[in-house]
Design a protein around this ligand. Structure first.
Ligand code: PLP
Length: 365
């Protein structure tokens, strides 16, 4: 295993200021003092692994990342959990799944695959240095953002010879502020097409979805839902979260992984956890017409989005040019959504047993 060089910053955030920042961290605005870095070159492979002061990159302006978007990322959380009464520790949730997905994203973007052990070691080494930045508050966490960019100096359209892998850490508050979100069904834009990059976690997918998110906001909605690009009919996912529907008979449905949907780890965890709880969890095509008709007739009784950042985000309403459907009063999470959220977040925090071995304690000394 590679040895990480630890270069501590000479000007760390004073403890008092850190405590203040950790009190109300929000999301993605506060960063810790350090970052993990690993370089790659065709000649040397992965090398020069280190934890170092967080600072701006020096990247050549001709690097392919700026011109052709060769970039991938991940997102996961480190958090305090209580495995047993009186015990305390820090854990990650299924980080091995992030490491595997990062490799799959790299393959799709013609980037070098970072070995899973190195990915995991980078997280661990960074957490050791930044352990005082893991917030204690209920539902709070230290969000980790691993990503990789190409580094080079040429404008030819081909994969770069050099890459930088980096992990940022950002304290995050609880996402559960609002009752339920309103969702705009985009008919103008799609997120991914068969054979495209929809299954890769790459920045380009997000760049293409921002205008749809702006459209949603203009329509007074919080989030956007994308349909399949071929038929504009089957539900795919939100801009950065997967989506599930609760039916009257108690079963839960979510679109199958068909190559254009991101393989959410939360999605996968809920499919397995729901089955363990005795809920019938189905992966099946979801027709948007059936969603609107079902919400009106009472066949579909709840909907929610799921992803690492928010865990489960209840959906109160769907809107499109033709009209709107609400679940209940449009702002109250449904009982199945709440039960799944409680079970998942409770398992993560150590309030419930973890029969799957998903919660990975991190040794910080
Ligand atoms: C990251 C992401 C998700 C959620 O994946 P998790 O592993 O559950 O966090 C869903 N959709 C998109 C487009 C994403 O980028």
């Amino acid at each position: 295993m590679a040895l990480f060089k630890i270069e501590r910053t000479s000007s760390p955030t004073p403890a008092e200021a850190r405590r203040r920042l950790l009190g109300l961290p929000g999301f993605g605005q506060v960063f810790t003092d350090h970052m993990a870095l690993i370089s790659y070159s065709d000649d040397q492979g992965w090398h020069d692994a280190k934890i170092t002061a967080r600072r701006p990159f020096q990247v050549d302006p001709a690097s392919p990342v700026f011109h052709y978007g060769q970039e991938i990322f991940e997102g996961l959380k480190a958090y305090h959990h209580a495995p047993r009464e009186g015990e305390k520790g820090v854990a990650l949730f299924r980080p091995d799944a992030n490491a595997r997905r990062f490799k799959a994203s790299a393959r799709r973007l013609a980037m070098p695959e970072l070995p899973e052990e190195l990915f995991l070691q980078a997280l661990e080494e960074l957490l050791k240095v930044e352990k005082d930045w893991i917030p204690e508050g209920e539902g709070h966490s230290l969000y980790l953002r691993p990503f990789m960019i190409s580094d080079g100096a040429f404008l030819g359209v081909k994969p770069a010879n050099n890459y930088v892998f980096c992990v940022l850490a950002s304290p995050a508050g609880s996402y559960f502020s609002k009752g339920a979100v309103s969702v705009w069904v985009s008919e103008n834009y799609t997120r991914a097409a068969p054979g495209g990059t929809g299954e890769a976690k790459c920045g380009g997918n997000y760049a293409g979805s921002l205008v749809a998110q702006q459209e949603a906001k203009r329509q007074g909605c919080d989030q956007v839902l994308f349909l399949d690009s071929a038929n504009r009919r089957y539900v795919e996912e939100m801009g950065g979260m997967n989506v599930m529907f609760v039916h009257r008979d108690g079963h839960v449905s979510t679109p199958p992984l068909n190559g254009t949907i991101l393989r959410g780890i939360t999605r996968d965890s809920l499919l397995r956890l729901g089955r363990e709880m005795g809920i019938e969890m189905r992966e099946e095509p979801v027709d948007i017409e059936e969603v609107f008709a079902g919400a009106r007739s009472g066949e579909i009784v709840e909907a929610f989005a799921c992803g690492t950042a928010a865990a489960l985000s209840p959906i109160g309403s769907f809107r499109r040019p033709g009209g709107e459907v609400k679940f209940g009063d449009g702002n109250t999470p449904g009982p199945v959504t709440l039960k799944l959220r409680e079970k998942l977040t409770g398992l993560q925090r150590g309030r419930y047993p973890d029969p799957f071995g998903w919660v990975q304690p991190v040794a910080l000394d």
